[in-house]
Every structure is written in C-alpha cells, then in structure tokens.
Design a binder for this molecule. Sequence first.
Ligand SMILES: [Zn+2]
Length: 85
Amino acid sequence: MSFKYNKFNAQCFWCKRTTNPHHSYMHETIPIKTLKTPKGRYLELCFSCYENEKNKAKLSKVNFKKSLDEKIETIKILGFNFNKK
Ligand SMILES: [Zn+2]
C-alpha cells in the first residue's frame, strides 16, 4: 500500500489531522492515501484511519470501500460537510 508523503494541503478526511503525527516529522504534512469509493468519491485517509477502517470492515465482514461510502453517507445525514472532488 502506498502512501503519499509531503502532499501539499494533505488532510485526513476522518480525523482532520494535517500534520505528521510522528514527532520527528511534525513539520511535514500527514502521509495520506487517496481512495476511490465504489460511488466515485475520493477520500484521503491517514495511515492510522486507513488501518482502522480496513480492520473494522474485516471484522464485520463488509467490503472495505463500500463501508467508506456508508460512513460518508452517515456523516452527510448528520449534517457534516463533505466536498466531492
Ligand atoms: Zn486520520
């Protein structure tokens, strides 16, 4: 799995972190992975959120990317903003 390092304006969609959580790399932006969901959304997740979501999907035996769409839809229902790119 490849993560992008030092991406300008990188921000994790779930936890909203923008800086690298590792102390030695605090001056860098957060390493993120861009995922495309089955419904055509682009999500940028940091390493820990990516691993979390993947494990949760695995545990509940659901499709990982489908579960992301479901989560986004739940967020939308709750009234948070999601900007489609
Ligand atoms: Zn995150």
